[in-house]
Ligand binder design. Structure first.
Ligand code: CTP
Length: 461
């Protein structure tokens, strides 16, 4: 019996896939089809696969050509499969000519002519209009957004906006992306969606104008400085039927979801304490260190460290107190926030002029989870117990610098393929703004505060 094997994603199953499987089967007596997992596709740079692996397997099955269907989930698996199943012929379409010649030492390699003018990529493009994204602000993070967006299909970075001429021109030259410097409205006219990466104090206004113009918004944190403003943005976005997301990167990284699920699974018992720290020693000439009104540690990193607290301890906190070390210009070099819950505590630390270990520790009644620095990338974490020899180690998938996950979720939401916002809900994002508001109020008055029962309460409405 001659055994043939072939592999593919088989997303949005089409005639090209059908022809390939038919001809693959004709090469022998028994056909094995390897269908790739999302994880494996992601590692290969295909991040917007539409059909689930179950649907993709089902579609291959329906053709009736496959005698066996397996799942391909890691690099190097092809050789393993060829040996394990005693395969005689490996085949794929002609778009891969040469790439799999190395398998010739294990079996015969046959490249079949590809069916012209059809591919999953073309279908994805036809099914969903390419989302034209405009970047507001051309500082440090904008080029990272551009390079990470290349790993997400279904979008194009159309243009950018920055009223600061110098920075705009530098960006335009380096990235070859047109940059508007005068009219924000002209810029908005050219795009379907905006990514706001401008200075903190401008996020709200840019977001509001974009939503008013019917554009989807992905805004860097903090979305706004008050609870009311964030509520207003979410409600306007709903009214206008556009997507609004706060870009708290960790929320969208696969590892973060996994950590939250592991913590909530009961593995470490009841969750009693969450400690998260995020510090970066900023240049003394940077905006974070110079701007006493809108710079500083908490505005820079507050939403990121609050994310695991809100996710794990919930929204109903009892009280919160802020402690900051200030520079002479009013910038908080280091801010520590203690939050009390009815059945637990949380502490978050942020710094632009003080360095701490950037870890996340979730303590429970049976054990604890530790995600080592930099925890916000969630490349790995451990579950540990009283018995120090018992450690469960997790290494979730993580590609690039992680921005691609939030970009991918943004595009999926715009296309309507992802309707749920459980990764960071509007309510959770609004709560972050409530904390930002308390902090701003306290900094303005130059005093520490206890909220919900003292000075901050008046201002959070
Ligand atoms: N294939 C083919 N003819 C096409 C498209 C795909 O013969 N028009 C073959 C590929 O060469 C591969 C198999 O079908 O052997 C599965 O390909 P897959 O990558 O899943 O499909 P594509 O349409 O090429 O997907 P994408 O556009 O995402 O690369």
């Amino acid at each position: 019996m001659k055994k043939v094997i072939t592999y593919g994603t088989f997303d949005l199953f089409h005639q090209g896939h059908y022809n390939l499987l038919k001809r693959a089967k004709e090469l022998g007596d028994y056909l094995i089809v390897g269908v790739t997992t999302e994880h494996f596709d992601e590692a290969r740079g295909k991040i917007n696969v539409v059909d689930s692996i179950i649907d993709r397997i089902e579609n291959v099955k329906k053709t009736g050509f496959a005698d066996m269907i397996i799942v391909e989930d890691h690099e190097g698996q092809k050789i393993e499969d060829i040996q394990k199943y005693g395969v005689d012929i490996f085949t794929v379409g002609s778009d891969w000519v040469g790439i799999f010649d190395y398998l010739n030492s294990f079996c015969k390699v046959v490249y079949l002519d590809r069916t012209p003018n059809i591919s999953s990529t073309i279908l994805r493009k036809n099914q969903f209009k390419i989302v034209r994204i405009g970047i507001v602000g051309t500082g440090r993070i904008a080029p990272r957004f551009v390079s990470e967006s290349k790993y997400v299909s279904g979008l194009i970075i159309e243009c950018a906006y920055n009223p600061v001429e110098d920075s705009a021109r530098r960006f335009e030259k380096r990235e070859k992306i047109k940059c508007y410097t005068e009219s924000y409205n002209d810029f908005l006219e050219c795009v379907d969606a905006v990514y706001i990466a401008s200075p903190n104090e401008t996020h709200y206004n840019y977001a509001k104008l974009a939503i008013d113009a019917g554009k989807h918004v992905l805004s860097e944190k903090p979305l706004s400085f008050t609870k009311r403003e964030s509520e207003e943005l979410y409600s306007e976005a709903k009214e206008k039927n556009v997507v609004l997301m706060e870009a708290v990167k960790a929320a969208y990284c696969p590892g973060f979801q996994q950590l939250i699920n592991v913590a909530k699974s009961g593995k470490i018992g009841g969750i009693v304490d969450v400690e998260a720290s995020f510090t970066r020693l900023a240049d003394s000439n940077s905006r974070e260190r110079k701007d006493g009104l809108y710079g500083g540690a908490f505005l820079e990193f507050g939403p990121s460290v609050l994310l695991p607290v809100i996710k794990l301890m919930g929204k109903d906190y009892g009280s919160v107190s802020f402690d900051s070390i200030y520079d002479d210009n009013g910038v908080d070099l280091y801010t520590k926030v203690n939050i009390r819950y009815p059945k637990g505590f949380a502490t978050v630390k942020t710094g632009v002029g003080v360095k701490t270990e950037g870890q996340l520790v979730v303590s429970g009644t049976k054990g604890y989870i530790i995600a080592q620095s930099p925890w916000w990338l969630m490349r790995q974490f451990d579950v540990r117990y009283e018995d120090p020899s018992k450690i469960e180690h997790f290494e979730p998938r993580f590609q690039g610098d992680g921005l691609r996950y939030e970009i991918s979720d943004f595009v999926s939401k715009i296309n309507g393929t992802d309707k749920k916002d459980y990764k960071l809900t509007a309510g959770e994002s609004v709560l972050m703004s409530e904390f930002v508001e308390m902090f701003m109020e306290k900094r303005k008055k130059g005093e520490d505060c206890e909220s919900r029962n003292s000075v901050c309460k008046r201002n959070i409405g």
